[in-house]
Design a protein around this ligand. Structure first.
Ligand code: ATP
Ligand code: MG
Length: 277
């Protein structure tokens, strides 16, 4: 099945939906395992959309395929209408799509502030040394970058930890750092792979608020892979359910709770089986 532009016109609506992402019949096998097996969905521009499904359903693999970490066997991914299938992650990043990982990937031997600076759009790379240690030699842009990094750290409550080595942060703080780093890249589309995993309830609430704030302030489109359905229900206008590597259903959480196939595949299980993958 391919998703044509005509099919992407929303049912029951007379307007054409503008998609940030169009995923069409995406497939990827590892050995004999079909991890992603025909996933097809659209993510409307400017929305916060959930991507849920059982452990091993293929959610992370879908994120890896969209962001270019791995190449699909077949199918396509469009970003703002442009085919990005098979591009390298840095090329996709430059086009405005950034992802975070299920396991945080900070630079442990850099400070929190340094972690943000190296994650910035048009990363200054080797100029980092000058930015950090010889600020007078730094160009105006570098000073602006430090300023932006500090402001971002303030927003995410990490400012007091700016000179701490990332390795010394708690699990929850590393999640905040991961999101702060992603924000430094100024994405138009941000894919978050289980940003709430291992985070305490107070911080989950806060992370959710940050996502909503970024969405409202910058119009950033979010795709949120999450097992915490409470937060998905709270902040996502639409939710895509993936099971066995394919799209099972799309709707609001309220609609999905009434969908027998979704309940059978995912929602009907013991909640403890869903959390903490
Ligand atoms: N690099 C790989 N090599 C082999 N098999 C893989 C690889 N990556 C994923 N898989 C398999 O593909 C399937 C989908 O995995 P994936 O990690 O995408 O699921 P998920 O929906 O993200 O699950 P979870 O909710 O547990 O994070 C699983 O059976 C997994 O074991
Ligand atoms: Mg996963």
């Amino acid at each position: 099945m391919t998703v044509t532009d005509t099919e992407l016109v929303r049912q029951g609506s007379d307007r054409t939906t503008e998609y940030a992402l169009q995923v069409s019949d995406l497939r990827k096998s590892f050995g004999g395992v079909a991890a992603v097996n025909g996933a097809t969905f659209g993510i409307e521009k400017g929305t916060i959309t959930g991507l849920i499904g059982p452990n091993g359903a293929g959610k992370s693999t879908v994120v890896n395929l969209i962001s270019g970490s791995i190449t699909p066997d077949s199918g396509s991914v469009k970003l703002n209408g442009e085919d990005i299938t098979g591009l390298e992650p840095h090329e996709i990043g430059r086009k405005g799509l950034i992802r975070t990982f299920q396991i945080s990937r900070e630079y442990p031997e850099m400070t929190v502030l340094e972690n943000l600076i190296v994650s910035a759009k048009d990363n200054p790379g080797e100029k980092l040394f000058n930015v950090m240690f010889r600020p007078k030699l730094g160009k105006r842009r570098d000073a602006e970058l430090v300023q932006k990094a500090l402001e971002t750290l303030l927003t995410f409550g990490l400012y007091p930890l700016r000179n701490e080595y990332a390795a010394n942060l708690s699990g929850g703080q590393k999640r905040l750092l991961e999101l702060s780093r992603a924000v430094m890249a100024e994405p138009t589309v941000l894919l978050l792979d289980e940003p709430m995993a291992g985070v305490n309830p107070a911080l989950i609430e806060k992370l959710g608020e940050h996502i909503v704030e970024l969405n409202q302030k910058f119009g950033t489109t979010f795709v949120l892979v999450e097992h915490n359905l409470e937060i998905v229900e709270k902040i996502c206008s639409e939710v895509v359910v993936v099971a066995l590597g394919a799209t099972l259903a799309v709707g609001t959480m309220a609609e999905l709770r009434k969908n027998k196939a979704v309940v059978d595949a995912y929602l009907g299980g013991d909640v403890h089986e869903r959390v903490g993958s």
